[in-house]
Ligand binder design. Structure first.
Ligand code: ADP
Length: 506
């Protein structure tokens, strides 16, 4: 429902503060995309989409349920019969057209993303470029997927290996990267001949609709790529059907560890393929040899992108005692100057949190830390004067292991500072975790660089850099951070199986 109260409240506050409010997109009344058609939900129900910066209604999409999901699965299954037999060149060309169309429509997609996710327009543009780079990458890789001939020990036999597409894949994606999480999965699956049913995050379905508009124009045959938009209420049932349907060969999910575990167990009875990109608790370690200015720059990039709402965001900042004060002084000075506001406003660096659940989580984590002795160096409270879902960029020190910010992913704009004395101690803290997605560290000591990157128990390490994701690189974690890798040449493995053919009596 259109939230008039919030609208008026925000507008009044914005005027008082002299903010140019409500630069926004025209209202979007959209449909989902199944079997090449733009369709409403069978139930006729819709889901409203709000701008988290202002509380205003930005659009509606169909609120689909299992009846619609079954239709999407059936369409994808039928389409697989022909899509799997297309040539790699044909798939590559359609993917390339999809890429070009999203490039042409970058500004429109980015504006819609800012309106529904709150991230700054600059970040939204960056995400479209990033998300698109996967489509470009897999359009190029499609034609490089090769088989093998393995020398046989038996003269009369030949051993051949082919990669074949697994079939229909259910792609369940989150709100924090509304474009890139869809393109990263879908382009890999489509490039090898799988067909897909995409279920985007309920907070950000409008970006997914734009992606589908470009896919339709790119010429994917009906049923090859399908979109199911749905409310949170219908999501669990949709997920269960995707996991249980015998017509679905695999699931790829990005989201919370809790939901990842549910999907993993739901896939078990069918021994389904599953790729999981789950939560992390990334350490950001600064050793005494580090270049502190570069480390501060990296800290800001790895923490505050998307208001700290990324699974690879640094969570715990471990700073060697010798340089603790010097690093903290530089960091605090920069954090104080971060510009928080509406993503459409020029120069905004920090947008709102996505929804009330996130705001409560971040507030609770900070309150928990402060009640246990943490010291607030900057921020430490909601920025309600800007909007209901804004939280001040925050730096906390005096962190101890009994605090939530220590053991769990905060998913918000909060830096927790911990000091350590030895390299061994830093590794012990960083590795005392049941998750292992990414870690970052800064050091100018080359031996330490090799030692620490080898010993960190994570799937991805950033050395002297705060931003590591790229289409060419394998993204993924270990421990409870997930299964499988996305992007790179390894990104097709979730979507292909290996067929061994033995030619005998030659
Ligand atoms: P977040 O808490 O950040 O929203 P979630 O893991 O809850 O992360 O959500 C990520 C995606 O998983 C979203 O598309 C959401 O709708 C979907 N989802 C949530 N619960 C389930 C479930 N039980 N089964 C399938 N998908 C789910």
């Amino acid at each position: 429902m259109f939230n008039k109260v919030l609208y008026i409240k925000y507008h009044t506050t914005a005027l008082k503060l002299g903010i140019t409010a409500f630069k926004t997109i025209p209202f979007k009344s959209e449909k989902s995309f199944i079997n090449g058609q733009w369709v409403s939900a069978q139930s006729g129900k819709n889901l409203d989409v709000f701008n988290p910066a202002t509380g205003t209604l930005v659009g509606t999409v169909p609120d689909m349920n299992t009846a619609d999901t079954q239709i999407a699965i059936d369409s994808a299954s039928k389409a697989f019969e022909t899509w799997k037999n297309t040539t790699a060149k044909e798939r590559s060309q359609i993917l390339r057209r999809w890429y070009s169309l999203m490039l042409e429509n970058q500004n429109t997609i980015a504006e819609i993303m800012t309106a529904e996710s709150g991230k700054s327009l600059q970040e939204s543009n960056g995400e479209v470029i990033y998300g698109n780079s996967f489509v470009e990458w897999f359009s190029e890789l499609a034609r490089q997927v090769r088989g093998e001939v393995i020398p046989s020990s038996d003269r009369s036999k030949k051993i051949l290996i082919h990669h074949q597409p697994i079939g229909v894949v259910g792609l369940i994606t989150p709100w924090n990267f509304p474009h890139a999480m869809i393109t990263r999965k879908a382009s890999a699956a489509l490039s090898v001949g799988c067909t897909v049913v995409v279920k985007p995050g309920e907070d950000t379905p409008l970006t997914a609709v734009e992606i589908m508009k470009c896919a339709e124009k790119a010429g994917f045959p009906p049923g090859v790529i399908n979109l199911l938009t749905s409310s949170r209420e219908n999501t669990a049932e949709i997920g269960r059907l995707l996991c249980k349907s015998p017509l679905v060969a695999g699931i790829s999910f990005t989201g919370s560890t809790t939901v990842g575990k549910i999907l993993y167990s739901q896939c078990a009875p069918g021994i389904k393929r599953i790729g999981l990109e789950l939560g992390g608790n990334a350490s950001f370690i600064v050793y005494k040899s580090a270049n502190l200015d570069k480390a501060v720059e990296g800290a800001l990039t790895s923490k505050f992108r998307n208001c700290g709402q990324t699974c690879v965001a640094s969570n715990r900042f471990l700073i060697q005692a010798d340089i603790f004060d010097a690093f903290v002084d530089k960091l605090v000075a920069k954090v104080k100057n971060l510009k928080i506001g509406n993503g459409f406003d020029e120069g905004t660096q920090i947008g709102p949190l996505i929804n009330e659940a996130q705001l409560h989580k971040v507030s609770n984590f900070v309150e928990d830390a402060v009640s246990k002795g943490a010291k607030v160096l900057v921020g430490g409270k909601p920025a309600s004067h800007i909007g209901k879902l804004f939280y001040e960029p925050t730096v906390l020190s005096n962190i101890t292991s009994n605090m939530l910010v220590y053991s769990e992913e905060v998913f918000g704009p909060v830096i927790s500072l911990i000091h350590f004395n030895t390299e061994e101690e830093s590794l012990h803290i960083a590795n005392s975790n049941d998750v292992g997605l990414a870690s970052y560290f800064y050091s100018e000591d080359i031996s330490q660089v090799f030692r620490v990157s080898h010993n960190l128990e994570v799937g991805m390490v950033g050395v002297n850099v705060g931003l590591i994701s790229a289409a060419e690189a394998p993204f993924g974690g270990i421990k409870q951070s997930g299964l499988g890798r996305e992007g790179s040449h390894l990104g097709i493995e979730d979507y292909t199986y290996i067929k061994y053919t033995c030619l005998g009596n030659l």
